[in-house]
Design a protein around this ligand. Sequence first.
Ligand SMILES: NC(=O)c1ccc[n+]([C@@H]2O[C@H](COP(=O)([O-])OP(=O)(O)OC[C@H]3O[C@@H](n4cnc5c(N)ncnc54)[C@H](O)[C@@H]3O)[C@@H](O)[C@H]2O)c1
Length: 259
Amino acid sequence: MGPVTVITGASSPVGIGRATALLLAEQGHRLALLDVDEDGLAEAAKLCRDLGAEAITARCDVSSTSNVDDAIGAALAHYGRVDCLVANAGIARRKDFVDLTDADWEETLSVNLGGVWRCARAVLPGMLERNDGSIVAVSSLRGYPWGWAHHVHYSASKAAIEGLVRALAVEVGPRGVRVNGVSPGFVRTNQSLDPVNSAGEEGMRRSVGYIPLRRIGEPDDIAATIAFLCSAAGRYVAGQNILVDGGLTLGDLSPLEAG
Ligand SMILES: NC(=O)c1ccc[n+]([C@@H]2O[C@H](COP(=O)([O-])OP(=O)(O)OC[C@H]3O[C@@H](n4cnc5c(N)ncnc54)[C@H](O)[C@@H]3O)[C@@H](O)[C@H]2O)c1
């Protein structure tokens, strides 16, 4: 039987989480899909089952410890184990730094960073017992190496994920668990298509010239790297944060140089 994988933020029809679910379904994973959007979850699970995979769902707000413990508890009860965690759920909310309230800060940190540590904490005991497991956290190039104006809370949460990944990889690596991060560049999803809280379609279109591969990323592009880290092919990769950005962070300024 295939590995059991928990994916958070798996609902959005054009999201990285759903693309990862479908790819892992094709690869024979048994899935537990978590999100706040129950309709999207039901649709994602049906698509996974259509591919022949077993898939269960749980409504889960990753900023809630009880939601996470209940959802991962249900996955453990159903499958008896969790082999991989893809901690992908995230939000981006545009706000000037001086206007950030405690509530704004707490919300973004608690979903983006807190979601990773709550889920990792819930799956780790079983992984440590079996001396095996893979945890993949979705960060962002806006955490490292870039900053993001009007998104200090988002950048701080994503940069912190990378610290979490390195420290946890050192702590649990000796017990056979690999912890890694994936940092997407510009990927066409609901988050990036939102012109208020992110680049929007037009902003992404203008960015293409600065991306060496000359295209915006698709959710599948990120899913492929996540699947690699979940697979035996990634067995000697630990504590890394892999930028999947079409080369954007290489700083190709040729569009400017061309005038
Ligand atoms: N799209 C990009 O260009 C880009 C770039 C860098 C990083 N990322 C990161 O990729 C991850 C996936 O985002 P996406 O781009 O697919 O966006 P998306 O908005 O399409 O998907 C995010 C998913 O997370 C879910 N979600 C939101 N809050 C939640 C919560 N509290 N608990 C559980 N689920 C919740 C949403 O319902 C949605 O299904 C996020 O962590 C995001 O920050 C995206």
